[in-house]
Design a protein around this ligand. Structure first.
Ligand SMILES: NC(=O)c1ccc[n+]([C@@H]2O[C@H](COP(=O)([O-])OP(=O)(O)OC[C@H]3O[C@@H](n4cnc5c(N)ncnc54)[C@H](OP(=O)(O)O)[C@@H]3O)[C@@H](O)[C@H]2O)c1
Length: 335
């Protein structure tokens, strides 16, 4: 099986049509995002991904903080050039490696962040560098101006933004060509489509990367009750997984599972194939080879127009599946 290669944006970045989200491979401080991680299996998952052509890895300095980039450094050791590494900065991390819970998009912070990420990833360049969140107190032109300097210095290849509005994308793109925008997108979360961001990206020739393409695991069908989530799981704090939305969402998942079964695939594969059918790059997150292999298979599943229509009639655009973050997290989005 060979993964299709696609352009991400118009600046020359070529990637496979599915990536690997690495966030869940390490914890956050003492907590876990999506249940406990096993370093050996996580590294084996990255190696297996490369074997299958899945060389586009997604991480961020925030994850850990830094532990995720350090894990990737271990996994890619001796093979760095075979991978396309995307990382992100912007959640402010102080010199004690603590998250301050602020967003920092200042020029000085960009310069500080890149040096830390290069060190943690044990590399001298990053393929795709994202501004993780817009700093609403700093003009995006300043942040992207500083990122543009990094391109000139050869420290990064391409520039990306995460969770930004069309207006911010246009301002940023006027300073330096943006190659990718990464935002949450799945059958359960289509805000960027509703707000016209995807349309703007198509107009400007910027690629779109869908994070949490499985709705943080909800669309896999493996989560049937809130108790399926470990005690300190990040998802317990998200409205989508809370009482008022959970039961309604389970019904949607069951309808998606039924359709997937009829097609002889899993609901995760159906959810990913749907994203890929739109020319969008999903970066499903997993820390185990078993899921990785299923997800990569999904990149070669074609959906007919009537299958796409059937799926979209189960979860029509505008379906309210609950907010994607708590109030604080929602306040950091640029919509
Ligand atoms: N830019 C941003 O602000 C932002 C925010 C969130 C995430 N991200 C990036 O996007 C990546 C993906 O998003 P995500 O990890 O939040 O959510 P996701 O990909 O929607 O879901 C991840 C969850 O689904 C499970 N899973 C994956 N493949 C599966 C399969 N085939 N069958 C059953 N379960 C499966 C994983 O299980 P296991 O973990 O047990 O393998 C994990 O619990 C992250 O890794 C991160 O790199 C970016």
């Amino acid at each position: 099986m060979k993964l299709k290669q696609v352009q991400l944006g118009n600046q020359g970045l070529i990637i496979p049509n599915i990536g690997l989200g690495c966030m869940g491979m390490t914890g956050f401080g003492d907590a876990h995002m999506y249940g406990p991680a096993d370093e050996q299996e996580a590294i084996a998952t990255i190696h297996r991904s490369l074997e299958l052509g899945g060389n586009f890895l997604d991480t961020a300095d925030l994850y850990g903080p830094f532990k995720n980039e350090q894990l990737i450094a271990k996994a890619i050791e001796g093979n760095r050039d075979q991978f396309i590494i995307a990382t992100k900065f912007g959640w402010e991390i102080n010199d004690n490696n603590e998250l301050t819970w602020k967003i920092n998009g200042s020029k000085n912070y960009v310069k500080k962040s890149i040096e830390r990420s290069l060190k943690n990833l044990k590399t001298d360049y990053i393929d795709l560098y994202y501004m993780h969140r817009l700093d609403k107190n700093v003009p995006v032109e300043e942040t992207v101006g500083a990122m543009s300097d990094l391109v000139k210095e050869g420290k990064i290849g391409y520039i990306g933004l995460s969770e930004v509005s069309s207006e911010t994308v246009r301002k940023a793109h006027a300073v330096h060509s943006i190659s990718a925008v990464q935002s949450e997108y799945s059958l359960f979360e289509r805000t960027v489509e509703e707000k016209g961001v995807i349309k703007t990206l198509n107009e400007l020739g910027i690629g779109f990367v869908a994070y949490s393409p499985l709705g943080r695991g909800f669309l896999s069908g493996n989560i049937k009750t809130i108790d399926d989530l470990p005690e300190n799981d990040f998802r317990r704090g998200i409205p989508r997984f809370q009482e008022q939305h959970f039961h309604k969402n389970i019904e949607l998942v069951e309808a998606i599972e039924k359709m997937a079964k009829e097609k002889g695939i899993t609901s995760s594969q159906l959810a990913l194939a749907w994203i890929i059918s739109k020319g969008i790059i999903p970066i499903p997150g997993t820390k185990r080879r078993k899921y990785l292999e299923q997800n990569i298979e999904a990149a070669n599943i074609e959906l007919s127009d009537s299958e796409i229509q059937q799926l979209e009639s189960i979860v029509p655009l505008g379906t309210d599946t609950g907010a994607t973050y708590d109030e604080f997290g929602m306040g950091l989005l640029d919509y």
